[in-house]
Design a protein around this ligand. Structure first.
Ligand code: CA
Length: 432
């Protein structure tokens, strides 16, 4: 039997808290899960620093990737199979793309991307195309198959229908992470009727559309995404932890460039600092490695890196104030000066963080990021863009909300054993 069609003798099941079971029958999928690059995702948390706010949020990208695979498998096997607009020969391509879509995520992805300009999507491509176990499994299907999978994940594939299952405004990725993140954080948002949505999804030419009768389930999904963003993903405490993490990385790089002698040299960072990172080096990075350095750097002689690492490891985070960059730039400049006088480097200890989200967007051609809108399939076979039918969705469509916070170490500002007057001026400005 050809490898692409090979089935396991017995179905394998993973017990999953969100989908109950994840079913694997295809040999290719089973082999991909066993590769070291995929197993690495067990050591990368799905939500980065969020566990410091919601202690349950320790789930990994491995969990999430299996979940996305399972949702796509159910759409194909239970809903699409047999429909004239779906080509069953795309099944394996779609399943592999779903399983591997986050393969290139590194430890604390967002922070590393900010500080070192990492691009996890680029690494996903590199792992699939490069000299890896994942590549060897995919190439056994067909020498062109790795490239096809990479194109679906990069959204450059000509097969738009398959792309829209993996990434669109209502895709398997979002449906999994919303439910999974809600489950592990324990919040009551993030739940919606996925069973209903799956049953009303239809392949239609080059996209997945939703039967009109499922509109309310989709409204619920969009609202739950909106709430998850502001209640969980952009939680100001997690962002504060991310600020500290980012600053540790900045400081480590700075010290390295100043030829500071580390008590615990950043071996895993050398090629990053020198801009010579290879794929093999990247694959050695995971959160246990990074946390090891943070643990050790608590003992560094440099006061900034040791303080920041102690803060991260022991969860002694920065406090925050609301901040309006348009109106308060003078105040920020004033604070910067006072921080220097107080002996605190504002580069590391006075940080503005901004978060922004667009809950749902209709199609606006020519926009920098063209988002495929969600289309409803009407009884007469016509397609209608969701916000034209749904008043709820219309109310939040295309509206970007941005939130700015100013982070600082409150404990230091409250300590009056030194620079008492300057600290009082800072506290007055921050309205502490
Ligand atoms: Ca994902």
């Amino acid at each position: 039997m050809v490898y692409s069609a090979e089935k396991l003798e017995e179905e394998k099941v993973f017990k999953d808290p969100v989908h109950r079971y994840i079913h694997v029958r295809d040999r290719v999928i089973w082999d991909l899960i066993g590769t070291k690059e995929f197993q690495r995702l067990r050591r990368i948390k799905q939500l980065g620093t969020t566990f410091l706010t919601f202690h349950g949020a320790e789930h990994s990208r491995f969990n999430h990737s299996l979940g996305v695979y399972e949702i796509v498998r159910r759409i194909i096997d239970d809903v699409f199979d047999g429909r004239p607009e779906w080509k069953q020969e795309e099944r394996l391509l779609t399943l592999c793309s779903a399983l591997l879509h986050d393969l290139g995520h590194g430890p604390f992805s967002h922070s590393f991307e900010k500080v070192f300009d990492f691009d996890h999507e680029g690494f996903t491509q590199a792992i699939i195309i490069g000299d890896t176990e994942v590549n060897r499994v995919l190439a056994k299907v067909d020498p062109d198959f790795p490239k096809k999978v990479a194109e679906v994940i990069a959204k450059t594939s000509a097969n738009k229908l398959v792309v829209s299952l993996i990434s669109s405004q209502i895709d398997a990725d979002r449906m999994d992470y919303l439910q999974r993140d809600a489950y592990f954080t324990g919040v009551s948002y993030g739940h919606f009727d996925m069973e209903r949505i799956l049953r009303v999804m239809r392949p239609k030419e080059d996209q997945v559309v939703i039967k009109k009768s499922g509109m309310h389930a989709v409204e619920d999904y969009i609202m739950s995404r909106y709430q998850m963003y502001w209640q969980v993903y952009f939680h100001p405490v997690s962002r504060g932890a991310e600020v500290i993490l980012t600053k540790i990385l900045h400081r480590a790089k700075h010290l390295y460039e100043q030829q500071y002698t580390f008590a615990h040299p950043p071996l895993h960072f050398y090629t990053i600092f020198n801009d010579q990172l290879t794929l093999q080096d990247y694959l050695k990075l995971d959160e246990s490695v990074i946390l090891y350095y943070f643990q050790m750097w608590q003992e560094e002689e440099d006061a900034v890196i040791s303080d920041l690492c102690r803060r991260f490891v022991n969860r002694n985070l920065f406090k925050y104030a609301e901040f309006d960059p348009a109106k308060e730039y003078k105040k920020l400049a004033e604070l910067n000066k006072l921080f220097v006088k107080a002996g605190l480097d504002p580069e590391y200890y006075l940080v503005v963080d901004s978060s922004s989200d667009l809950p749902y967007d209709f199609y606006r051609p020519g926009e920098e990021e063209e988002r495929l809108p969600i289309h409803l399939l009407m009884k007469n076979g016509e397609l209608k863009e969701l916000s034209r039918e749904s008043e709820v969705v219309d109310a939040i469509s295309g509206k970007r909300r941005t939130d700015h916070k100013l982070y600082y170490p409150e404990d230091f500002l409250l300590d009056e054993t030194s620079k008492k007057n300057i600290k009082r001026q800072i506290r007055a400005l921050l309205e502490l």
